[in-house]
Structure formats: C-alpha cells, structure tokens
Design a protein around this ligand. Structure first.
Ligand SMILES: Nc1nc2c(ncn2[C@@H]2O[C@H](COP(=O)(O)OP(=O)(O)O)[C@@H](O)[C@H]2O)c(=O)[nH]1
Ligand SMILES: [Mg+2]
Length: 298
C-alpha cells in the first residue's frame, strides 16, 4: 500500500464522520445559503476542528462566497480545502545531523511506540540511529523500548529503573559521538507529578545536550494522542511553557473520528506536525504533509 493510501486508511473514521457528512450536505445543497454554512460549521466543530479554527474557516468562506460568487457545492468544497490547507504553518522540520530528539508528552500517548517507528523510519532513510531509554520511572518502559530497538535494529542505551534520565542521555551522547550516530532519540517519562518537576526534568535534559554535545541540534517533539481531542491541545500548551517545542507527533489518528484535531493544533499552537501515527505497526508513522491530509479528508 502506498503512503497516501495508508494515510487515507488511517483517516477512515474521520472520513466517515466528517467527509461523508460534508459530501452529503453538499450533495443536497441546491443553493449555498446561511443554512449550508451553519451546517458546515457544526460539522467542523463535531470533527474536533476546534472553535477557533472553525470560526476562522467559516469567516473566510463567507467572504469568499461573496467575493468569488461561489454558488455551487464543488466550488465551496474547493474553497474549504484551500482554507484548511492555509491553516497549517509554512515552516516544516528538516533533519540536520547530528541531532538529538527529545520525545515528550504525558503517559500513554504513544511516545515509546513512536520512537520505535521513528527509528525504523530514519534508518530506512540511511541515518544511523541510537535510542536512549530516558523513561526510567519503571523498568517496563526500558524493556518496551528495547523491544522496539530490536524490531527496528537499533541499539538502546538504558540504565536501571529509577536512575537519572539525564545520565542515560549523557551515556547515549558519549556512545553516539564515538559511533558517529546521526540521530539520538531520547524517551522521557510522562508521569511527572507537577509542572515544576516536568520543567526541571526537561531543562536538565536540555542542559546535558548543550554541555555534552554542543554541535548537535536538539529538537523537542511533543507526542499527542489524537483520540483525546481538545485535551491534547491543553497538554501541548502546558509543555510549551516548559520547553521550546519544535514539532508535534500526533498518534492514533486511525483510532478517532475526530482527525480534525490536527487542524485545531495547527491553528492554535503554530507548531508543525511532523509525523502522524496511523496504526500500531512499525511502518505506521508517516511524515505529515498538509496537502496529502486535505486530499485524504476532502
Ligand atoms: N492505533 C494506534 N495505537 C497507537 C499508536 N501509537 C501508539 N499506539 C498505542 O498506544 C499505546 C501506548 O503507547 P506507548 O508508546 O506505550 O505510550 P507512552 O506511555 O507515551 O510511551 C500502545 O498500546 C500503542 O500500541 C497509533 O498511531 N495508532
Ligand atoms: Mg513509554
């Protein structure tokens, strides 16, 4: 299956909820009027596009209906596609090696799984990858990363349960340097009790990178679970206060009918979504492309 087909398949639930409803709304639209616009607005909200993004989309559509004299459903759909596309930030992420990816996010969103998939993805592009088991909170976390390391054929640096994540990263950096690794991907724990703990922990990891590997570019990537809808947005806002987030990995798009959340994320956070998770398999992580996304949903 091609990447685009896979993305489409991953978005099946969203398509059933959103696309099909938009299509049937437009199919029965003889004339584009206020009712059409209001129904469209409701559909966007119900797909978790978010109030903010929905309002902006609807406002722009209203303007275009007037100025471009949009009269039929096809033209309206085309305009909607363009407007959604326009919400995604222009900036995107490119890999400059050596680099360190700090993977952050709350418990259960799919950090460890995504790290395994990322390792596989980068390796297939020819990069040398090393994993750091920075979630030292429980032994199972390092074991889980180890399994993904084996699946993707990537080495994992790990310490015993309860040890300092910063020292795991320190070791990974030394090992990465001596082996000429291109990309070090560091897992982190998502169960830090307070915001203060979280900030301190992540800042400490940052400091280790800067001190031990000043040549490496550090990217902090926030993992968000698409099935949690607007909650994902609040999580990102909290983490954004603690770290300078470089990008988002949005997981479990396959598990939600509310894939519109990606539009809300783009609008409200203005941080590029770098990868999306569309399943549990090792190749179920795709680099996100806004053009493909709008083509897949509309
Ligand atoms: N369907 C689906 N499940 C996912 C995806 N990403 C992660 N998961 C599942 O989410 C659960 C939690 O993942 P895990 O990586 O342990 O989360 P962590 O606590 O953030 O490290 C696991 O059961 C994963 O298989 C995805 O893109 N699609
Ligand atoms: Mg984990």
């Amino acid at each position: 299956m091609g990447l685009f087909e896979k993305l489409k398949q991953g978005l099946t639930k969203t398509r059933n909820n959103f696309t099909d409803k938009i299509d049937s709304l437009l199919k029965f639209t003889r004339k584009i009027d206020e009712d059409t616009i209001e129904e469209l607005e409701e559909l966007l909200i119900s797909a978790d596009v978010g109030v903010d993004a929905t309002e902006s989309l609807i406002e722009n559509l209203r303007r275009r209906i007037k100025s471009e004299r949009i009269k039929n459903a096809d033209d309206l759909k085309h305009a909607l596609k363009e407007e959604i596309r326009g919400i995604f930030p222009q900036k995107s992420i490119t890999i400059n090696t050596p680099c360190i990816l700090l993977i952050v996010g709350v418990n259960g969103v799919g950090k460890t799984t995504s790290i395994g998939k990322l390792a596989y993805n980068f390796k297939s592009k020819g990069y040398k990858v090393l994993l750091a088991a920075g979630d030292t909170f429980r032994a199972a976390a390092a074991e889980q990363l180890d399994i993904w390391g084996k699946r993707s054929g990537t080495d994992v640096i790990k310490h015993q349960e309860g040890s300092d994540p910063a020292s795991v990263l320190f070791d990974a950096i030394q090992s990465g340097k001596s082996r000429n690794v291109d990309i070090i991907i560091c897992d982190t724990a998502g169960r830090l009790h307070t915001k203060k703990n979280l900030m301190e922990e992540l800042k400490k990891l940052y400091r280790v990178c800067q001190k031990e590997y000043p040549d490496a570019r550090v990217l902090s990537l926030m993992v968000l679970d698409a099935t949690t809808g607007q909650n994902a947005l609040s999580q990102a806002k909290i983490f954004k206060e603690a770290v300078d987030l470089s990008g988002i990995i949005l997981t479990k798009l396959d598990g939600t009918a509310k894939g519109g959340i990606i539009i809300a994320i783009a609008r409200e956070l203005n941080i590029p979504v770098w990868f999306v998770g569309v399943g549990e398999g090792i190749d179920d992580l795709q680099e996100f492309n806004p053009d493909d996304f709008v083509d897949a949903i509309l």
